[in-house]
Design a protein around this ligand. Sequence first.
Ligand code: ADQ
Length: 468
Amino acid sequence: MSRLIIVSNRVAVPDAGSKAVAAGGLAVALKEAFTAYKGLWFGWSGKITDTPSSEPVIADRGRVQYAVMDLSPQDHREYYSGFANRALWPIMHYRLGLAAFSRADYAGYQRVNRIFAQALAGLIEPGDLIWVHDYHLIPLASELRGLGVSNPIGYFHHIPWPSGEVFNTLPASTELLRAVSDYDLIGLQTDSDVHNLSRNLVDELRAIPLGGGSLMVDGRRTRIRSFPIGIDVDGFRQAAERAGMNRTVRDTVAGLRTRKLLIGVDRLDYSKGVPERMEAVERFFASNPDQRGNVVFLQIAPKSRTEVPEYEQLSRDVNEVLGNINGSLGEPSWTPIQYVTKAYPRAVLAGLYRAARVGVVTPMRDGMNLVAKEYVAAQSDDDPGVLVLSKFAGAARQLPEALLVNPYDRFEVAEAIRAALYMPKAERVERWKPMFERMAREDVDWWARSYLAELEGFRTIEREPPAA
Ligand code: ADQ
């Protein structure tokens, strides 16, 4: 059985004695892949230590081995909080005004990628497939190739890839384009991401399209294709069916009495459009005064990246918008927007989605957005709720039967909320069914399987030895 090496920024090592793959997005996504391959999972341990070792700490957990590295405070500041989350993240999400570029951060980003490559290279065996995840690690393939690694190396980019006009505002843009084209296979979420990156490689690096998504860049061949990530549809659906027994779900439903529930669930991130969504809900109540007291909007948004100043500002903005809306519209007997910042187990989220008549998923820009898919998966087939979905989420391509909206237009979002609340059951079923069926076909196992089948095809490529 050959080995699959997964590399991701953050690696959660399961407790000793546990044979399970650790919980969390990517871990769930790769569960099936680890039944077809022996696994090695490499990345940052999540720990920050003053003098991190250059050797990874290895832990064996059933069929998956974990190899994790600590970061120094400077590495963490420059590589993670700095370049990845204050330069790449805003630029990839089209938020030029929020980007902060510093040469020190970029140098830290390159340094950590080099340190990771040096540590990982010693663990790679002939026959291993290497699959790298996300924007923290774009230069990893170049570093590995420089160390003589000739195995197939693939990359999956979980967030949007913007057009050249936006991407090229990054001072390091050309180097990053060169670095990403060192991967054999570049997986993106949507065809428009594929178009943006391919076009930019042609414009900036004079890449030559070879057909079928392949391009020749500086004498090397790379392939760029979309692989929209899915969810564990069956698991989610079953969790939603059982969730009525869960205390938090039961208490929430009982507390609603006859009120209808709108729900939003997001990491607190400016890409997710949380304050803009609250303003759209305010707009809805302003234009539909008869619905005051009859509808409640529940926003669940655990804080994330709190060390990054733009996220602290966002948190203050949300509190202000929320306070103003609840203060001006609320009554002693009714709070229009309920806001909680806790993370909940999947079973609770599934139950809350099912209890909600409308899922309001309105990111300003999103690679995919799994919450949209989870909301659809959690609905009952005889009385499903309605998804209001931003057309700027990658998920909109696979869920065209949702009520698609422009999240910048709070009037349009408010009207969609109204249409969703008044939608007759027959239309709700008619919209929900094809979305559910498509998601069930294109679930998370389908995603991992399709990507890996394509990456397997790069085993036979002859590679030049690295320049001395
Ligand atoms: P994220 O930006 O994290 O992912 P998303 O796809 O919505 O965004 O996934 C968030 C996950 O966190 C969902 O599974 C959701 O259930 C969970 N979650 C959110 N709030 C929670 C809470 N309060 N408690 C518990 N769980 C919560 C990035 C990209 C996305 C892309 C994914 C996967 O930004 O566009 O869809 O990777 O590729």
